[in-house]
Design a protein around this ligand. Structure first.
Ligand SMILES: [Zn+2]
Length: 192
């Protein structure tokens, strides 16, 4: 089956997901547990993750909902589509959707999400970038639009003062065919 052929409407056993790495939407089988992103080729876990005890990891990734139970205590970065924090979390969170922080939950780390809902009594420590993602931008580098309609324009992208580098030149040299001619050493012929 060629993945690029989609001439038929999406069957009901398929669902749309967002890639955690490149942010691109794609269709996957509803029952699939994991897929490979067809844009960036990274593997994506689709099932929801629920943590009910102490866990330390490098990163927790899911294209579904990450839930950290009241008894959960997670030391890890989290990448997910939505996060429901009821226990403790120490690590940076990148959520393509919302982040819910319940009463008495503890969150130490930076949060990037499209929306965040914090219940009274939750403890927070970190930096927050909350707002809609700019279309298709990778979650890591997505400029976050300002909430509250302060300025509806996307965050300014730092403009590098690019010195005019003759990049094309080196490329044309690299692509030019190099013909190597075997050079024979001249063996001095002895004259008699
Ligand atoms: Zn991807």
């Amino acid at each position: 089956m060629s993945p690029s052929e989609y001439s038929v409407p999406v069957p009901s056993d398929r669902t749309a997901i967002l890639c955690l790495h490149c942010g691109k939407p794609q269709e996957v089988g509803r029952k699939a547990m994991s897929v490979t992103c067809k844009f960036c080729s990274k593997s994506l876990r689709l099932e929801d993750v629920k943590i009910t005890r102490y866990e330390a990891r490098r990163v927790i990734e899911t294209c579904g909902t990450g839930t950290i139970d009241k008894k959960g205590h997670v030391v890890s970065d989290v990448r997910c589509v939505s996060l429901n924090l009821q226990g403790k979390l120490k690590g940076d969170v990148v959520s393509l959707g919302k982040v819910e922080v319940a009463t008495n939950a503890e969150l130490k780390g930076d949060v990037t999400a499209t929306s965040m809902n914090v219940q009274p009594g939750a403890m927070l420590e970190g930096n927050y970038s909350i707002g809609p993602r700019v279309n298709g931008a990778p979650p890591d580098k997505a400029p976050i639009a300002r909430a509250n309609g302060e300025e509806a324009q996307p965050a300014p992208v730092p403009v590098e003062e690019a010195a005019p580098e003759p990049r094309g030149e080196s490329q044309s040299i690299g692509s030019a065919p190099v013909i190597k001619i075997p050079v024979r050493k001249r063996v001095p012929t002895a004259r008699h």
